[in-house]
Design a protein around this ligand. Sequence first.
Ligand SMILES: Cc1cc2nc3c(=O)[nH]c(=O)nc-3n(C[C@H](O)[C@H](O)[C@H](O)COP(=O)(O)OP(=O)(O)OC[C@H]3O[C@@H](n4cnc5c(N)ncnc54)[C@H](O)[C@@H]3O)c2cc1C
Ligand code: SF4
Ligand code: SF4
Ligand code: SF4
Length: 476
Amino acid sequence: MAIPKKGLPILLILILLPAAHAHVSQEGRVDMAMGEIGANLGKMSPADLQGIPDHAKEIETHLEVIKGELDLGADYNRELAGSVADFEAHLLKLEEAAAEGDGAKALAASRDLERAHARIKMELQRPKVDRDRLALALGGLLGTWLLLAALMFVASNRLQARVLKERTVEVFPGEGLCGACGACEVACPDGAIEVNHQGPRYLGGADCAACEGSCIAVCPVQFPGEWGDGLGPFRRMVAVRSRLPEVLARAQDGGLATTLAIHLLDSQRAEGVLMVRRRGLSPEPFIARTREEALSAAGSTYALSPSLPTLEGVEGRIAMVGLPCQVTGAEKLGAMEKLGNITFKAGLFCRANFLPGGMEALASRAGLSQKGVRRVDISGGRVHLDGRAEFPLRALADYENPGCKVCADPLARMADISIGGVGVPKGWSLAVVRTLEGEAVLDEMIGKGLIKAAPVDDKTRRDLERFARAKTAVKP
Ligand SMILES: Cc1cc2nc3c(=O)[nH]c(=O)nc-3n(C[C@H](O)[C@H](O)[C@H](O)COP(=O)(O)OP(=O)(O)OC[C@H]3O[C@@H](n4cnc5c(N)ncnc54)[C@H](O)[C@@H]3O)c2cc1C
Ligand code: SF4
Ligand code: SF4
Ligand code: SF4
């Protein structure tokens, strides 16, 4: 069959258009089903075993929609198929626990279910180059265009490799879309990325086309994930103040982060906690193994900290206290089956952070030695050094980290507990308790008399919503 040269583009459009349309509406249906699953998960609680079967049935229905929409056997989403199978297994366990009236089993199954749900979201969030490539090839396959399809597949593969290379290079310093969390260094299968206090450096020599962009997929700033806007999922919000005098003497706010780390170590829930301590005015990530080491990290260090690579090769159950980008980076690495031993994540609120040298410059302007500054506070638009010197925040303008301006998560929405100083009196911390595990740990701390807790009112919630809204979410 001879086709006039001019007719070829039109024919291609006619072939590809339905495939592209089906692709878009498919994503819409998957998103809706994921939304319904999330809503039902949020309503399930081990404290209400009787309510579980109804929600589980709802979830199964929506899961079938997702399975129907996505060809889970296909090569391009094998990972997703694995995560869905995991999710189904944990859902079954939860239903069994509800039928047996076993609260402890239900708690464990709910926890696993929440994590499997996060993994599915993460897989759906992977850069869509793969699916686009498949859609392109499928479009070509329609009719008798087998040869054309093969050519298009090869071309799209090349395109994919080029796009990935360009996007990979975009991640690196100078582009600025970075919080220096270090997740890309851990994700790179070729060890081709090194992250320091300013961001990542590409060392070269990586087979980026074969890896398909793990460094980009894992990046919490460039691909923050659909973890919800606003306050994110949470079960409880409470004001907290440590009862440990040695913590209060050094803590930034109510000392919850440090007391939590101490409790996790003392109760052997964790064998180590990833934390950040100050060396002069610079942050140093490390793993606290003892109460004293946890105490040494009390107080905020306002500078980028490449924390996650510290965990590489570390064995045993590990918890972390980190900024939202560090928490999301860790969660995404977990979904890639890296750093799978992080069992608890405490996240700090964070509106912005600074490049190295910022606080040092202010200290030097104030005639203070770096080691001499014991405490840095940022409040009311001013930077306070020990109460001995004070500057307007704009004095740090040259050191603002550009990536923080596009970062969309000021509240650590992926944490088990998020902690900050918004909407509570001075000397208190606000705890946003997001997961069952977070709730169990907080209740243990109250039970052991490590912290005092007070309810918060609607005003606190409104303050927090305003804080979250104030951070502009510009997606790249
Ligand atoms: C860069 C930065 C920006 C922040 N912005 C806000 C904000 O806008 N609004 C708000 O309410 N709260 C913000 N916080 C959180 C706030 O400063 C307190 O950390 C939080 O309220 C917990 O107080 P706490 O008394 O419980 O912590 P503490 O008990 O004093 O413990 C502090 C914890 O912070 C960790 N930490 C310190 N520096 C870093 C760092 N650079 N990276 C990762 N972890 C670190 C330590 O490991 C320690 O576990 C920010 C924190 C940082 C580090
Ligand atoms: S934010 Fe983290 S993952 Fe993203 S480029 Fe920076 S160091 Fe890498
Ligand atoms: S694309 Fe893959 S191999 Fe290339 S730098 Fe990123 S993580 Fe490493
Ligand atoms: S604003 Fe905070 S959480 Fe976001 S990238 Fe910057 S340091 Fe990370």
